[in-house]
Write a new protein. Structure first.
Length: 168
DNA sequence: CCTATGATTGTTCCG
DNA sequence: CGGAACAATCATAGG
């Protein structure tokens, strides 16, 4: 693919849609190679917590199911993505509110993950000073703190949660 | 056979 | 302050 004059292959959608938004960021596609393989000990973060799905993704999870139900013929992930994007923008903030709320929860948990993650880096940070020591030998994991993290939330249902509703 | 990519927007993090 | 990369999904295509 990426044939022809398609400057931005990802933007080839504009032919079907009037392109969503000319976001300046434009091409956020830099990864020439995607190191998907979690094998190898890449210098990347040892165990970086996955980022929480944004409200859009939360909505997507629900949307995908519905979309596929009504469009069992659709097989392209992009189709759902596009459709979701359009609908997403079509939705009012009120509709997105519940999704955003859920997304907020993800973030809350993510913060915890980050806490452990920060700690991890801290340990490695020490080593950074003495990199000449054991660099080739990065085999020590010694990280068992994140074992107990579920104690924070013991059956807390969002009930008394502040239901601040702000409509335009 | 296996892996990346495609597409959506948002969010998060590092420099 | 800004950009860059990545989060799910799943079929398809390419190596």
């Amino acid at each position: 693919m990426k044939t022809a004059k398609g400057k931005d292959k990802a933007r080839n959608t504009n032919e079907a849609l009037k392109l969503v938004d000319d976001r300046k960021v434009g091409k956020r596609k830099a990864p020439a190679e995607k190191a998907s393989k979690r094998e190898k000990k890449a210098k990347k973060d040892p165990n970086k917590p996955k980022r929480p799905p944004s409200a859009f993704f939360v909505f997507l999870e629900d949307f995908r199911t519905t979309f596929k139900k009504e469009n069992p013929n659709v097989k392209a992930v992009s189709a759902v993505g596009k459709a979701a994007g359009q609908k997403w923008k079509s939705m009012s903030q009120a509709e997105k509110a519940p999704y955003e709320e859920k997304a907020a929860k993800r973030k809350a948990e993510y913060e915890k993950l980050m806490d452990a993650y920060n700690k991890n880096l801290e340990e490695e940070g020490s080593d950074e000073s003495e990199k000449s020591r054991s660099e080739v030998n990065d085999e020590d994991e010694a990280s068992e703190e994140e074992a107990q993290l579920e104690k924070g939330k013991a059956g807390d249902e969002e009930e008394d949660d502040d239901a601040d509703e702000e409509e335009d």
